[in-house]
Ligand binder design. Structure first.
Ligand code: ZN
Length: 403
């Protein structure tokens, strides 16, 4: 569909696939040798179970000004808006100072983890860097609208946290469960550590994204310790967005011990999901974790981390998005934040030093509803938000590449 659409609009389009069935689509409006801008997206989605939906998840039905279907928000809506932005600029014969690139990858939701290079951007950046290389990129991961004190704020993801899980291997001594006294139960010892880790609240601090977020929100940056309470008093949603920016987080998620009810485990393994602040390393937080756990019969082993990159805030792309946002509605302001999750922006930042932001403003649909619908049943997007997205992408392209 994309290839046919680009062809109809006289735009060159290439497929790059690790296998032919799952191509990454790259289309390009050639410009001068100035900086390039990539409109980045992904065409894959998570699964949908039709029994949970009020409408067919693959219908694309339009009802009351909304397009229904799996991927409407995450993120075929932005795929479509990016294609339309490119095609409309081509039809208008706009001259560009640098390349405007459309890049929609096939494997964002699942692949590219650990040793698996996947079929999407991670693979593309390694196998065909010339196709993916860009100076600026606009991707998913932002655009939420918060109204605080009557003023609308739009979030732009300029950084992301680093997912850095670790395993806690707690040792005891196995034995027959009928005589607990003769053994040293590793599961019981681990339980205490699980509670400690689950309740650990690291000292908050203000990274640049959190500082800018608070300054836009409150007109000043408060002390880190009072930042969350202040945000909460303004808006619970603002506090929810701010909280992951203030410190690393820990969540014990998996546990494994004895496989027999009558065998006391001599070993218990706890896996802990840990999200570090951008550019924070495991070595920065491990002393704190060990101090909280105290001495004991355990080993702490980090798994390979992923993400944790950031782009600077003072860039021409930021200025372009801030100017556009100011025109969306009265008093609208663009604010930066760090994505608690992982996005493909990471691969571009890491491979090419790309200034990559996550931004697709959602104005018509309530932000809380939009967040709930992603990866869930009844996903849909307002047509007005698709149009706003096209306007934003065009404005960004013209501001950066227009001449
Ligand atoms: Zn997505």
């Amino acid at each position: 569909m994309l290839r046919a659409y680009f062809a109809r609009n006289g735009i060159e389009c290439s497929f790059y696939g690790r296998t032919p069935e799952r191509p990454n689509v790259v289309a390009r409006l050639r410009g001068g040798d100035g900086p390039s801008l990539c409109l980045l997206s992904h065409t894959d989605t998570v699964l949908a179970d039709p029994r949970e939906w009020e409408r067919d998840p693959w219908s694309g039905e339009v009802v009351a000004g909304e397009v229904w279907g799996r991927g409407a928000l995450d993120m075929k809506g932005q795929v479509a808006a990016s294609a339309v932005a490119l095609a409309s600029l081509r039809r208008e014969g706009v001259e560009l100072a640098g390349d405007l690139v459309f890049c929609s990858v096939a494997d964002e939701e699942v692949g590219g983890v650990g040793d698996d290079v996947g079929y999407g951007l991670r693979w593309l950046v390694e196998a065909h860097p010339e196709a993916a290389r860009c100076d600026y990129a606009l991707n998913e991961g932002g655009g939420e609208r918060l109204v605080i004190g009557g003023r609308p704020f739009y979030l732009c993801a300029t950084a992301e946290k680093r997912s850095s899980p670790f395993r806690l291997r707690v040792r005891g001594r196995s034995g027959h469960a009928s005589m607990p006294g003769i053994a040293d139960n590793a599961l019981v010892k681990a339980a205490r550590y699980v509670t400690t880790l689950g309740e650990l609240r690291p000292e908050p601090r203000l990274i640049p994204e959190a500082r800018a977020f608070l300054e836009a929100l409150l007109g000043r940056a408060p002390e880190p310790a009072e930042a969350l309470a202040l945000a909460r008093s303004h808006d619970p949603l603002a506090a929810a967005a701010l909280e992951p920016l203030l410190a690393f987080t820990l969540a014990p998620t998996m546990i494994e011990a004895s496989h027999k009810h009558n065998v006391i485990p001599g070993l218990c393994e706890v896996t802990v999901d840990c999200r570090l602040l951008p550019e924070q390393e495991p070595g920065d937080v491990e002393p704190l974790i060990r101090a909280a756990l105290g001495h004991g019969d355990y080993e702490l082993e980090w798994e390979e981390g992923v993400g944790g990159t950031r782009s600077p805030l003072a860039t021409p792309l930021w200025d372009a998005l801030a100017a556009f946002t100011a025109g969306i509605e009265e008093g609208a302001t663009l604010v930066p934040f760090a994505c608690p999750g992982f996005t493909d922006s990471h691969y571009l930042r890491e491979a090419f030093g790309t200034v990559a932001y996550g931004f697709f403003p959602i104005k018509e649909m309530d932000t809380r509803l939009a967040i709930e619908l992603v990866h869930s049943a009844n996903e849909r997007i307002a047509i007005a938000d698709l149009e706003l997205g096209v306007d934003m992408l065009r404005a960004a392209a013209l501001a950066l590449l227009g001449r």
